[in-house]
Design a binder for this molecule. Structure first.
Ligand SMILES: CC(C)(COP(=O)(O)OP(=O)(O)OC[C@H]1O[C@@H](n2cnc3c(N)ncnc32)[C@H](O)[C@@H]1OP(=O)(O)O)[C@@H](O)C(=O)NCCC(=O)NCCS
Length: 324
């Protein structure tokens, strides 16, 4: 496992605190290396074993890879973060960490490993190059996300009273939290009878429909019928995510969902949110176009999430080898 310059090895508890700054705040708790649940903040109960491998230069921590190995089922493992100290990049440390993580997971009987990341930063080219060299599938786009300040987004000409007047067919926009349970049940029944809501955009498709932010989630009725929604999720005091938005296709031409977005944005400003995150899977090309055509004009960041994976062979013959 050694080269003349650096060494990579699986970390055991207690992990040197110097590694903590080498992964995302969300994953720092995994450095306890205790079995835990996957995404407690998203209510995901699946159990995982954290795997952390460090790179050392003369015993000084210079790189870290964090992965999660699923416990108790056959789901793929996931690489969660990869980091190499700035002065140590470009000499194989990142590649050696990926190889070591693959080997540790294969040795634990994992058949497949995956990774999801956000493109846009220069280091991502290095990451994608490492994965390609290790036989991973080519990166596939999954979502496009935009981050912006709600008050700045409201200055888009799209939200001007004149433009809105031409778009709004007379919606009654209301706080989603006030939707009567019977109306939601009727919506479900009508969609079962005549599948008119796009898959994945039903209000119940995300965490069973619970947990939307009451201050900023809105619904719209048209002539008394529930036809659309913009549902959001509070990430923390400052950050709001727009999770699901939909308008009945019979009304949705010419951007008619815009009045709902405006209402949600105004409520986000009033509730004190500083940043919004708008995320859409790439399988909704209209939404992707909307991000590039409009949201991009006021966004601080536009990024694409990508994913890739590879199958692992069990330890022994053909197992991924560590670079040496
Ligand atoms: C991504 C990262 C871990 C790579 O570490 P590293 O030790 O430099 O990686 P390696 O030396 O093993 O390999 C880097 C590869 O990418 C290539 N590369 C580096 N910078 C590149 C760039 N800007 N564009 C294209 N390729 C690049 C290198 O040439 C090398 O490929 P090669 O082996 O075919 O020559 C490191 O840049 C990093 O920590 N970045 C910040 C954190 C981050 O963004 N992590 C990824 C998301 S979690």
């Amino acid at each position: 496992m050694t080269t003349p310059q650096f060494e990579v090895r699986r970390l055991a508890s207690p992990v040197d605190p110097a590694f903590s700054a080498m992964t995302f705040p969300l994953y720092r708790r995994l450095l306890s290396l205790e079995p835990t649940v996957r995404h407690p903040e998203q209510g995901d109960p699946r159990r995982i074993q954290p795997v952390a491998i460090g790179a050392f230069e003369a015993e000084r921590p210079v790189g870290l890879i964090v992965a999660e190995q699923p416990l108790g089922d056959s789901e793929p493992a996931e690489l969660l973060s990869l980091f190499v100290a700035e002065g140590e990049r470009g000499r194989g440390v990142g590649g050696a960490l990926v190889a070591a993580a693959e080997q540790a997971l294969a040795a634990a009987g994992v058949a497949e490993v995956r990774a999801v990341w956000t493109a846009g930063k220069p280091a991502i080219e290095a990451l994608e190059r490492i994965l390609a060299r290790h036989g991973w599938t080519p990166p596939a786009a999954r979502t496009v996300s935009a981050r912006f300040r709600p008050e700045k987004m409201l200055t888009l000409p799209l939200f001007s009273p004149r433009h809105l007047a031409s778009l709004d067919p007379g919606f009654e926009i209301f706080p989603w939290a006030e939707l009567p349970a019977e109306e939601l049940a009727a919506l479900r029944a009508s969609n079962e009878a005549r599948h008119w809501i796009s898959d994945g955009l039903e209000p119940w498709s995300y965490r069973g429909g619970a947990g939307y932010d009451p201050a900023t989630s809105v619904g719209a009725r048209h002539q008394g019928r529930l036809v659309g929604w913009v549902l959001t999720e509070r990430i923390d005091d400052r950050l709001l995510r727009w999770t699901v938005s939909f308008l009945d296709k019979r009304l949705s031409r010419r951007g008619r969902i815009v009045p709902l977005y405006k209402s949600s944005l105004e409520r986000a400003v009033a509730a004190g949110y500083e940043l919004c995150l708008f995320v859409t899977p790439v399988r909704f090309p209209n939404m992707v176009r909307f991000i590039h055509k409009w949201i991009a004009r006021r966004a601080e960041f536009i990024g694409e999430t990508r994913s890739a994976g590879r199958r692992l062979t069990p330890s022994g013959a053909g197992a991924p080898r560590l670079e040496s």
